[in-house]
Write a protein that binds this ligand. Sequence first.
Ligand SMILES: [Zn+2]
Length: 307
Amino acid sequence: MKEREKKSRQSRTESKVMSTKFTVLSLLLITLVIAGCQRPAGEGTFRDSIHKNPPYAVETRQISAGKSVEQRDINYTVHGSGGEVTLIIAGIHGNEKAGIAIANKLDSVLAERPYKALGRTIVILPVANPDGYAKNSRFNARNIDINRNFATFNRIDNNNNGHRGLSEPESIALAKIIYDYNPSKIISLHSSLACIDYDGPAEAIAKRISSQCSLPVAKLGSRPGSLGTYAGFEKAVPMITVEFTPDDETLGTDRLWEKYEKAIFAGIYYEYIQIETQKEKDATDSTDDTGLWESDIRSDDGVGQYH
Ligand SMILES: [Zn+2]
């Protein structure tokens, strides 16, 4: 009798110990799982942080993409989060001031009225070539045209374009922004060919922007080593090049904004990009077996009519 009681007591104690062990192990496991899901502090990327925000906390941030040849900052701003990403670039050619004024104005308008970026991300690089801007020059400090310096299949290596693709810190900064944000579309602001050009699947967006201002759509062709060839033709990102008029270069910011505000927002808010992009791709695929937009590619250097 005593023996049986002893055994039963022993069994109860063992089961208590087992149960405690189980609880401790479970807690340990849960702690490990939670810890495994969390990144160590400081490891999160900026992309993570913008996507974590609640929809009404529209964030604006200024970020450095690098430094120019003469060590000037190449800064861009990000407005909003999530949704389609529109990248707006100005000042690849430092002497084309109208685009720089408009990009800076857009930046301040979005900072004052952040609701305009709700549900989308707008990345603005107002001065892509700060050394050229400081000297009122098309080129960077080493006399290279940043818009001919991309590592495209049709690039021409020389003193004007650089002796290899991405030889300049300014073009690397631009390529880095495109890599980091994977934009749904790119709008690049230039002067003074007075038209709206496009590369890649962007005809419909170009037409929409054109409908909101006086600039007609005109296909100028993808220049060797240009951003249009790199992003529009090779990466199939809809790429729109807005060429302001010679007269626009003489106007103040307020007048420029009055003329082009609607057109710029028409580009940013273009809603049917994926459908239209697919339609354009399908149309091109069925008519041209040699590759997308092959007929757009120019082998000349664009001297005399460049953008
Ligand atoms: Zn230009």
